[in-house]
Design a protein around this ligand. Structure first.
Ligand SMILES: [Ca+2]
Ligand SMILES: [Ca+2]
Ligand SMILES: [Ca+2]
Length: 687
């Protein structure tokens, strides 16, 4: 359904050619393309199925003359790991800086202890340090291109001057654009990574295909500017959630990743039937807490972010029926939630396999019997909160009045049951942060809104509301904050402090965007701790949009677009962190259906965590040998550690998917409005 564009295919072909030409690098001497990065740097890129060794004691001969070099930088990656076959791909890059000027066509020989490589200097086409949105920019929305290349121990220096040429592929006149240096800050060591990184702000461009040419460096991949890029993105995210649907057949024309209906049998432990909802993540479990957070994200966006009407064009079976698709997806989850309520009013915590922890070796439709498991009080409180929220939706009352009534009844029953129990943990960690204080407060606020009663008093300061002391609007307190923000200020009293958390989250992620060379809202506190996992840029965009979606400030809009673009290739690795884009997408993610189904590519629309501390494998069969771990604590920046592997730290949940869908749908709805002024480089904050 979604395939890479021609130029993107070309880029991959080029890499494949490089890989092929290097596959025999143990025979000597080996022919190797030597890519010119600028007038004094050239790079050797090797790809191999075996771990690669750094070249030792290399000497360089250019046209048979030994030439001294000033610097040699080295970086290597585990490029991919296929858990089904245990096939690994390793890659490494040696970058030489030489004193003399490099000419295209120069014949170079690199003699190292173990190997001699020879080749001609060729143009980098596309240049790996020019980072564009590989899926396509949304016409009329702020778009940026980033310049920068991490080489290992150092970075490629930015070129002289501060201009690049934007070249329309259709032959229209090129135009000159300027770049501005946007170095990274926030890591607790010097120098921070990404100091030689610059931003080119694209002007308003007509639909078409473009390239940029950077003096001394070369040209970018061809990229697309399209009036429908954001809508296509929303449709891909919607498709990703479709792929997680439980209890229904996945079929054409909605997806090529078809599968029969799954998990239709009775659920042990429950006296009533339970079906539907979404698989939580890469596994087939269905968790009450995440189910509540996902339906809340969809409902909240649907109710608050669309000044006219929420979208009905997401490419789903529900699309085109005149009803809001976001509400309809939320309803799938809400209908599941009320089935998770026990006779005593509390909620089960999850549904998972009856006899084992995970079903890593089967497709969803071949999964065995399931059973319910005990839930935490946090899970019940989260379910109560979102059911009250749904029950007060005017949209639901208009279109599904019976369901709105049923949700309210269920929520009140849950609330009454909750009042009789104190904090209770379950057998999994979802919702454990702040124990159940956040979910209970969220439920209490939603109840006061649904019942038109006085809101509860909250006694505490903003620090006590933040995960690890710095993360505003986290989980239940996020829901509570968004509920409080819709209550009249004077009725809130002390609880005012809570409503301010919506704005605080927006500001925190805007500040993170400003501190990032690539414009991504990776939390500054995570930089301080040099820790990353489950990082999905659109989660942060969701929080940035939440306080004032229409109209957003130009800087918020630019920040949301930068996070969106980061996932689509505007990042140091030129990696697309989302499935559905053919060869551009990760392939070996931690996803039971993807691992076991007959399709080579993973189902579309699944975000893959882009920033990771390490690779923690899961779902790798016992008899499959794991490759050596490369990223590790060896000083490689966090944004360089991604590997196309079944990494637990990159696994998304339906909550990430729901937030991502909401953000893309919002961007698509904005695309219908006339374009507005954009942030120019001169207006950017000094760094
Ligand atoms: Ca619809
Ligand atoms: Ca909690
Ligand atoms: Ca597969």
């Amino acid at each position: 359904m979604l395939h890479p564009s021609g130029p993107a295919k070309f880029f991959r072909c080029l890499l494949t050619l490089l890989a092929l030409s290097l596959s025999a690098c143990h025979s000597q001497p080996s022919q190797t393309p030597l890519v010119k990065l600028d007038s004094h740097h050239f790079q050797i890129h090797r790809v191999s199925t075996e771990p690669l060794e750094e070249l030792t004691e290399p000497r360089i001969f250019i046209d048979s003359q030994e030439t001294s070099f000033k610097n040699l930088s080295y970086i290597h990656h585990l490029r991919s790991f296929d858990p089904n076959t245990s096939a690994s791909q390793f890659e490494d890059f040696h970058t030489f800086e030489v004193a003399s000027e490099i000419e295209l066509g120069d014949r170079v020989e690199v003699r190292a202890d173990s190997v001699t490589l020879t080749g001609d200097i060729v143009r980098a086409n596309p240049h790996p340090g020019i980072h564009v949105d590989r899926i396509g920019y949304q016409q009329g929305q702020p778009g940026v291109i980033k310049l920068g290349l991490y080489l290992g121990q150092r970075e490629l220096p930015l070129p002289q001057g501060a201009a690049v040429k934007l070249i329309p592929v259709d032959g229209r006149a090129p135009q000159e654009l300027s770049w501005v240096r946007t170095p990274e800050r926030g890591y607790p060591y010097e120098p921070n990574p990404n100091q030689e990184v610059a931003t080119v702000v694209l002007p308003d461009l007509p639909e078409g295909q473009y390239r940029v040419e950077v003096p001394e460096w070369g040209v970018s991949e061809t990229f697309r500017v399209s009036p429908t890029a954001a809508l296509e993105s929303a449709q891909n995210y919607a498709l990703g959630l479709y792929h997680q649907r439980c209890g229904v057949e996945l079929k054409k024309p909605y997806t090529p990743w078809v599968r029969p209906a799954c998990h239709l049998g009775p659920v042990s432990g429950s006296s009533t039937a339970i079906s539907g909802g979404h698989h939580d993540a890469g596994d087939y479990g269905r968790y009450t807490h995440n189910s509540a957070l996902a339906s809340h994200a969809l409902l909240y966006a649907a109710e608050n972010w669309f000044p006219t009407s929420p979208p009905d064009n997401l490419g789903l079976p529900e699309s085109g029926d005149g009803l809001s698709d976001l509400h309809q997806i939320a309803l799938i989850e809400l209908d599941f939630l009320i089935q998770m309520q026990r006779p005593d009013g509390l909620f089960w915590g999850r549904i998972s396999p009856k006899e084992r922890a995970y079903e890593s070796d089967v497709t969803a439709d071949r999964a065995g019997p399931q059973r319910v498991r005990e839930g935490s009080s946090a899970a019940t409180a989260a379910a109560v909160a979102v059911l009250f929220e749904a029950s007060r939706s005017a949209y639901l009352h208009e279109h599904w009045p019976d369901r709105a009534k049923a949700f309210k009844h269920s929520a009140e029953r849950g609330w009454q049951a909750l009042e009789k129990v104190s904090f209770k943990k379950s057998d999994h960690h979802y919702g454990d942060v702040f124990e159940d204080r956040d979910e209970r407060l969220w439920a209490a606020l939603e109840r006061s809104l649904a019942m038109a009663e006085k809101p509860p008093e909250f006694e505490g300061d903003s620090n006590s509301l933040r995960h690890w002391g710095w993360w505003p609007a986290y989980e239940g307190y996020g829901g509570a904050a968004r509920a409080a923000a819709s209550i009249e200020k004077k009725a809130l009293g002390q609880t005012m402090v809570l409503s301010r958390e919506v704005e605080a989250a927006s500001l925190a992620w805007l500040e993170a965007h400003r501190a990032s060379a690539y414009g991504v809202s990776f939390p500054i506190a995570s930089k301080r701790h040099q820790s990353a996992g489950w990082f999905f840029p659109l989660d942060y965009s969701f929080d940035m949009i939440a306080p004032s979606p229409s109209p957003p400030s130009p800087e918020v809009l630019a920040a949301v677009c930068a996070n969106w673009a980061y996932e689509r290739g505007v990042n140091p690795l030129n990696q697309v962190f989302l499935t559905g884009y053919g060869e551009l997408s990760p392939r070996y993610l931690l996803h039971q259906q993807a691992i076991n189904d007959e399709f080579a590519l993973a189902p579309a629309g699944l975000p893959v965590g882009s920033m990771v501390t390490n690779i923690r494998f899961a779902n790798v069969p016992e008899n499959v040998e794991r490759p050596p771990l490369i990223p590790g604590p060896e000083g490689k920046p966090l944004d360089q550690r991604f590997s196309d592997s079944p990494n637990v730290l990159s696994e998304s949940t339906v909550v990430n998917q729901a937030r991502g869908l909401a953000v893309c749908a919002w961007l698509a709805s904005r695309a219908k409005e006339p374009s507005r002024s954009r942030v120019s480089p001169a207006q950017r904050e000094p760094r």
